[in-house]
Design a protein around this ligand. Structure first.
Ligand code: SF4
Ligand code: SF4
Length: 140
């Protein structure tokens, strides 16, 4: 895996990227369901577009992620891992898995070019999540 993380980033919580509801892992669901004080099963029923036993996707309502409320993320403290790592995304370049900036974020994210580079611990966790999601396995 190659990392292309040349710019600083600090999320300014503008909510622009929340037009794209995230993929969620089981761990994400456990965290958010715990925070909302509802069961895993109820969370899937109420907030997921689908869940296949390993991962799912959060529902979209009125063009935004269902958790986007009052101009911000209503579950920010426990937001899914995919949201935590925005504006970084996983792409394949020349058959190599690369964590880099999504073109959309380069053009729309106000948090880019501010703050610090992502830290190593977070990256290690992200790699584990990628493995869990099967992204790496599917390509190699
Ligand atoms: S677009 Fe960028 S700054 Fe705005 S909420 Fe998303 S990651 Fe944060
Ligand atoms: S979980 Fe929060 S940060 Fe992630 S897309 Fe939904 S509203 Fe935005």
């Amino acid at each position: 895996m190659k990392l292309e993380l040349g710019y600083g980033f600090r999320c300014v919580r503008c909510g622009k990227c929340c037009i794209s509801p995230p993929t969620v892992t089981k761990k994400d669901i456990q965290n958010i369901a715990g925070y909302l004080n509802i069961s895993f099963k109820d969370f899937i029923k109420k907030y997921c577009r689908y869940f296949n036993g390993k991962r799912g996707e959060i529902k979209k309502v009125n063009g935004k992620c269902v958790f986007f409320k009052d101009n911000g993320c209503s579950i920010y403290k426990v937001r899914p891992i995919i949201c935590r790592f925005r504006p970084y995304s996983i792409q394949f370049k020349n058959n190599e898995l690369v964590i880099t900036y999504d073109k959309w974020f380069l053009e729309n994210c106000k948090g880019l070019f501010k703050g610090e580079l992502i830290d190593e611990d977070s990256l290690r966790y992200y790699k584990l999540v990628l493995k869990y999601l099967g992204v790496e396995k599917a390509q190699y």
